[in-house]
Design a protein around this ligand. Structure first.
Ligand SMILES: C[S@@+](CC[C@H](N)C(=O)[O-])C[C@H]1O[C@@H](n2cnc3c(N)ncnc32)[C@H](O)[C@@H]1O
Length: 267
């Protein structure tokens, strides 16, 4: 590996904010940064900025320590719903969904049927929504996430509750192994993946070609709460994405999030 590349990776690994991101993501981002800035110090700066947009923006400092404390309480016999509700508040994406959680999953399973094996791509802290998901106790829940600490939180929750499933620490843009789910969830994440690598949405859908049902959602308001025509923009994007990937598209009526079901077209 060239020295400059290793210097950027070492700089990212030394940062408490980024050292828990999947190594493949650090290398991918370091390469991207070096294509734009030849000097290592400047490249390290743009690499950190890029990772902040992809990942750091969703978690406040201290959020992960609070998740760990909540899990300690759960393992000591605390109330599952109360603790999960508090944890969901600690990640911006799941915090926004808390008020309509049951309705959100009801409307999805009404369309897809109840899955037996769910893959949650770039899951964040979404496992903590399991008490409201309405899944059968034997349904397997598999989360993929770039941040090792979010993966261990998910694994601790699954272990404490005895629910079947696991979390895999991975960069879905470098090493995506979807397994054989019947439903894949990609919740509010495609814009973040596209921003890391243009064309990421098509690459992910290609990797999920054998999965019968893919649930893709988009935010309808920015992190600051503004609407800015986001629903219309994302609707246009999802229609084109479904068409290119030969998927039948159903858009579900739901106010707080744009929910699209992409069904493998019958051949
Ligand atoms: C917008 S949040 C959505 C979280 C979750 N899907 C939800 O809706 O509650 C995006 C998540 O993707 C994760 N992420 C970003 N880039 C990733 C990548 N390349 N591979 C895996 N996970 C990634 C981030 O850490 C973050 O938790």
């Amino acid at each position: 590996m060239p020295d400059a590349l290793q210097t950027i990776i070492d700089g990212l690994t030394a940062s408490s904010k980024y050292r828990d991101l999947a190594p493949a993501a650090l290398e991918r981002t370091a390469r991207w940064a070096l294509e734009r800035q030849s000097k290592p110090a400047a490249a390290l700066k743009v690499a950190k900025r890029k990772l902040h947009q992809a990942f750091g923006a969703y978690l406040d400092p201290g959020a992960l320590n609070a998740v760990d404390k909540a899990l300690d309480e759960l393992e000591a016999g605390g109330d599952l719903r109360d603790i999960c509700s508090r944890v969901l508040r600690l990640h911006r994406s799941s915090a926004e969904r808390r008020a309509s959680l049951e309705a959100f999953y009801n409307v999805i399973w009404d369309e897809t049927g109840l899955p037996t094996n769910v893959l949650d791509v770039a899951a964040g802290l979404n496992a903590f929504a399991l008490p409201w998901m309405g899944l059968p106790a034997e349904t397997r829940y598999h989360a993929l996430e770039i941040d090792r600490r979010l993966c261990s939180a998910t694994d601790r929750l699954l272990c404490a509750t005895g629910l079947p499933g696991e979390a895999t620490w991975s960069d879905v843009l470098s090493d995506f192994s979807p397994g054989t789910p019947d439903v894949a969830l990609i919740l509010k994440t495609l814009p973040c993946l596209e921003q890391q690598e243009p064309g990421a949405s098509d690459a992910i859908l290609t990797a999920l070609a054998s999965v019968p049902l893919i649930v893709i959602t988009f935010p309808v308001r920015s992190l600051g709460g503004q609407e800015k025509g986001m629903r219309e923009n994302y609707l246009d994007q999802i229609e084109r994405l479904a068409g290119r990937n030969h998927r039948d598209l159903t858009v579900l009526p739901f106010d707080d999030e744009l929910i699209a079901i992409l069904r493998r077209a019958e051949s």
